[in-house]
Structures are given as structure tokens and as C-alpha cells.
Design a protein around this ligand. Structure first.
Ligand code: NAD
Length: 298
């Protein structure tokens, strides 16, 4: 039975994943190399719980119990040694993820399931550095985690059926809707989303239309809640480029070539919301920044 979840990485996703598990009664060990990051994640969870309380989504008791369920740690070994499930949500970097999976394979109990929240890295590749590839699986939450319903469950080549079933069941306990897919570059979410974003950037690059026009066409014409260029700014242009590169490298098909404008913006340090500038500017007090803040909260 899964009772203790260790979440590795206390960034945008790790704090949301910890929040969702703890709110649904699971004990969570939240682990990061940075104590400051852990403290700010805990602060953010507390603020988000406060907002849920003010909207009557949760009770005061659930808020208190959620916070009590979360322990923060900087030691990976101590944080995972009793885990039933690890959800790794550290920085999207293949070498880092392979290193972490080797460490957690050695430090966790033999029955523990090892899941990764990677957006694009091969589950089979990550599993290959462990001695339990049948217990390694993708558990891809969407941002912001407490709000978004989907969990993309990704089977690696050797993932065992009972492991997939456990992850489906636990996703349902979080009131999420799991969707099982196989391990190919970008899985489903990013295989479809990222080429659309890349194509929007090509449209801008080739001068077909301006930023506002491209986003307006997709919002009003396709009923998307936000345009692809704004969404790219929210995801992070560095993240978009690295996922598009994974598609290009994985399929060896030129249709996935990252747009040169995207690569150029990343080289120039324009990553979107997190750097203050992307396709839009996110200066203090600007309408764009307010939308971005609201997106993080809702
Ligand atoms: N941001 C999104 O919208 C989104 C959506 C779905 C999936 N993902 C995936 O989730 C993962 C995390 O993304 P994020 O946006 O939260 O990243 P982030 O940069 O906000 O946070 C990553 C965290 O990992 C920590 N970290 C780095 N090395 C570590 C280590 N060795 N041990 C413990 N912690 C370590 C960092 O200190 C940082 O706090 C990535 O794999 C990403 O692809 C992101």
C-alpha cells in the first residue's frame, strides 16, 4: 500500500505535486538540494491552501492536515529510505535524472515505485540505469498541479502492468484523470503541443503575423484559453526548445526542427515569464505579469 511519497525537486512542479498528495492524506517527504527552495515551496503551498480555503474548496482541518503531512529535507538518502513511491520532479536534464535514479534505486526499499514527472525524457532510458526497470514509470502532472486534472501515465518498455495499475489508482485518489500512453518522444501531451507552439513561432519568424495576431487567432478561432506564444512564455522558452529538440532527435524528422527564432531568444536569455521577457514583457505591474501570476495560482 502506498502511504509515503517522496517528491524530489521543490520547484514549480514539485511543490504542486506535494500539495496534491498531502491534501489527499498521503505523507510527503519533499526533497531539494536547496533549503531556500524548500522553504519557498512550503510558503507557496501554504498560500495556495489559504486561497483554496477562502474559496471553500477545502476546510481549515484539511489545510492544517495538508501542511502537517509535508516534511522538507535536503538529504536524498534520508528522504527516500522509507518511500513507497518516489515522484522525481527535478530539473529537466537527462544526466541529472539518470544520476538521481541510480541513487534512489540504491536508497529506496525494493518494492518502492520510481516515477518521473519528466516532460520529454525517455522513461525506458531512465529505467535502464536502475535494477528495477519494471517499477519505473512516467507520472506527468500538468501545471498548475492542484488545478489541472490530467496525469499522463507513461509506460516504459519494461514497466510492469501492476505498477501502471497502482499509478492509475493513486492518480484517481488525487481526483485526477490518468491517461496511459507509451514511451515515445514527447509522449502525447508534448508531441502535439510543442510542434503547435513551434509552428506559431515559425509564423512569427516568417512574418505571417505579429504576436498578438497569432495568439488572437488561436484563442478566438480555436477556443484555446490562451495563445501558443503566451503559453510558450509561461512554460519557459528554454523548456520549449529542449522538448522540441527531444522530438527532433528522437524522430529524426525535419518537421520537428526547432524554429531558429526560438533558439535565438533562448541564447539571448529571453525565457518568457521567468526571465521577465519572452514574446511578451512581464514588467512589475504589467497586465501580462498579472495574467501569469493568476495562471500560477488558479
Ligand atoms: N514547469 C512545467 O510546466 C512542467 C510541466 C510538466 C512537467 N514538468 C517537468 O517537471 C520537472 C520539474 O520542472 P519544474 O518546472 O518544477 O522545474 P524547476 O526548475 O522549477 O524546479 C526544479 C527543482 O529541482 C531541484 N533540483 C535540481 N537538482 C536536484 C537534485 N539533485 N536533487 C533534488 N532537487 C534537485 C532544483 O533545486 C529546483 O528546485 C521537469 O522534469 C519538467 O520537465 C514541468
Amino acid at each position: 500500500m502506498i502511504e509515503l511519497i517522496s517528491v524530489i525537486g521543490a520547484g514549480a512542479m514539485g511543490n504542486g505535486i506535494s500539495h496534491a498528495f498531502a491534501q489527499h492524506g498521503f505523507k510527503v517527504n519533499l526533497i531539494d538540494i536547496s533549503r531556500a527552495q524548500l522553504e519557498s515551496a512550503l510558503n507557496l503551498i501554504s498560500k495556495n491552501l489559504e486561497r483554496q480555503l477562502s474559496k471553500n474548496i477545502i476546510t481549515e482541518e484539511i489545510k492544517k492536515a495538508t501542511l502537517k503531512n509535508i516534511t522538507i529535507l535536503t538529504s536524498l538518502q534520508n528522504g527516500v529510505k522509507d518511500a513507497d513511491l518516489v515522484v522525481e520532479a527535478a530539473t529537466e536534464n537527462i544526466d541529472l535524472k539518470l544520476k538521481i535514479f541510480k541513487q534512489i534505486d540504491e536508497a529506496t526499499p525494493p518494492n518502492c515505485i520510481l516515477a518521473t514527472n519528466t516532460s520529454s525524457i525517455s522513461i525506458t532510458k531512465i529505467a535502464s540505469v536502475t535494477l528495477r526497470p519494471q517499477q519505473v514509470i512516467g507520472m506527468h502532472f500538468m501545471n498548475p498541479v492542484p488545478v489541472m486534472k490530467l496525469v499522463e501515465v507513461i509506460n516504459g518498455y519494461r514497466t510492469a502492468k501492476n505498477v501502471t495499475t497502482e499509478i492509475i489508482e493513486i492518480s484517481k485518489k488525487l481526483e485526477k484523470i490518468p491517461c496511459v500512453v507509451n514511451d515515445y518522444p514527447g509522449f502525447i501531451a508534448n508531441r502535439i503541443l510543442m510542434p503547435m507552439i513551434n509552428e506559431a513561432i515559425y509564423s512569427l519568424y516568417e512574418g505571417v503575423a505579429g504576436v498578438e495576431e497569432i495568439d488572437t487567432v488561436m484563442k478566438l478561432g480555436m477556443a484555446h484559453p490562451m495563445g501558443p506564444l503566451q503559453l510558450a512564455d509561461f512554460i519557459g522558452l528554454d523548456v520549449c526548445l529542449s522538448i522540441q529538440q527531444v522530438l527532433f532527435d528522437g524522430f529524426k524528422n525535419p518537421k520537428y526542427t526547432p524554429c531558429p527564432l526560438l533558439a535565438e531568444m533562448v541564447t539571448a536569455g529571453q525565457f518568457g515569464v521567468k526571465s521577465g521577457k519572452g514574446f511578451y514583457s512581464y514588467t512589475a505591474g504589467s497586465k501580462e505579469l498579472q495574467v501569469a501570476e493568476k495562471f500560477k495560482k488558479d
